[in-house]
Design a protein around this ligand. Structure first.
Ligand code: ADP
Ligand code: MG
Length: 348
């Protein structure tokens, strides 16, 4: 109250600072999986294995065959604001990696029992650090591991009961987590992924290089019927390039749950995009039905800001109108053959 003496100002302990940051980055097991997969992709992995127990609350283990972390850097990888991806402002502006804040591992480590094991190819042995939600109390120990990295996250939120309370059922948490894996697997056909839950294989996806292999991956991740009711899109105009698959009206959903749109490789949920797609389908889908699509938009990185927020899938286009008109006109044209003849082009 107003009559009380002012309290002294104190700098947060590293652990508390990390736990506060974790509140933003680590909402649920799915967010941990997203961060760990992004780290594996940033490390150039071509194979990522994800092992889950009890919806991710008991165990999340992500193993990759990427570059690895040198022994001397292992403890630092768990420290806040420690990253190998950005050393300068120039690098930040030309960023090509998915991560750069150096926050994910520190945040996850502060609210779980985390073990990080790694072996770069040029190092003869693997090493391991553990952190049990303490302040960087990490001890380096030798370990067994092939080239690459494994991050094991046990007992998520064990030391933050208030957060733990917000977790939903095992099934719901796993569904969120599987959705994250699907998005990543759709954005990187060149990487092999596997996902196991409670010792059961949910997805096992080999690297998909040809269009036929890519379509097989999509059929596995979405539904086989999507692939047999989809058109291939490949179009380019004014520095914008769109590729992918759009569902025919013969395969629609009562929920917008099979809509994947990637901008420069990152999954995006965006009003401008959503509106353009909806307009393009307007006269071919019944009211209340939603189209399915897996679409990739590529444009010069100066035309889009994808790092608006670390966890939300937002983008900011420099020229929204240009992007909207491109998406609408190209999708509208792709769907021309399934539109009643006299309607072709009439909504331009
Ligand atoms: P950021 O990804 O923003 O750099 P993180 O906390 O996610 O921050 O990771 C910290 C650092 O740990 C990374 O910059 C990277 O050097 C290293 N690292 C994390 N995961 C991996 C991995 N799977 N393979 C190789 N290096 C990794
Ligand atoms: Mg990261």
């Amino acid at each position: 109250s107003i009559n009380e003496q002012p309290r002294n100002i104190a700098v947060l302990s590293p652990r508390l600072a990390n736990q506060i940051a974790a509140g933003e980055v680590v909402e649920r097991p799915a967010s941990v999986v997203k961060e760990l997969i992004e780290n594996s992709l940033d490390a150039g992995a071509t194979r990522i294995e994800i092992e889950i127990e009890q919806g991710g609350v008991k165990l999340i283990r992500v193993r990759d065959n990427g570059r690895g972390i040198p022994q001397d850097d292992l403890a630092l990888a768990l420290a806040r604001h420690a990253t190998s991806k950005v050393y300068s402002l120039d690098e930040l502006e030309a960023l090509g990696s998915l991560g750069f804040r150096g926050e994910a591992l520190a945040s996850v480590a502060s609210v779980s029992r985390l073990t990080l094991t790694s072996k770069p190819a040029n190092q003869s042995e693997a090493w391991q650090v553990q952190s049990h939600g303490r302040d960087m109390a990490t001890e380096l120990a030798p370990a067994a591991h092939t080239d690459g990295t494994t991050v094991e996250v046990r007992d998520l939120f064990f030391n933050t009961p208030a957060r733990r309370k917000f977790l939903r059922t095992e099934k719901t948490e796993f569904n969120h987590l599987e959705e994250v894996v699907k998005r990543q697997a759709l954005s990187r056909f060149d990487v092999a992924f596997s996902l196991r839950h409670n010792n059961r294989t949910i997805h096992s996806l080999r690297a998909a290089h040809t269009q036929a292999e890519q379509q097989r991956r999509i059929a596995q991740l979405l539904k086989p019927e999507f692939m047999t009711n989809a058109l291939v899109v490949e179009t380019e105009r004014a520095g914008l390039r769109m590729t992918g698959w759009v569902g025919l009206p013969t395969f629609s959903r009562s929920m917008p749950d099979m809509q994947y749109f990637f901008v420069n490789g990152r999954v995006v949920k965006d009003k401008v995009i959503g509106h353009a797609v909806k307009q393009a389908y307007r006269d071919v889908l019944y009211h209340g039905r939603h189209p399915c699509f897996v679409l990739f938009l590529e444009l010069d990185s100066s035309g889009v800001d994808v790092n608006v927020h670390p966890t939300k899938h937002e983008v900011r286009f420099r020229d929204q109108r240009l992007v909207h008109d491109f998406l609408f006109s190209q999708l509208h044209r792709a769907l021309a053959d399934v539109r009643p003849e006299n309607d072709v082009g009439s909504s331009f």
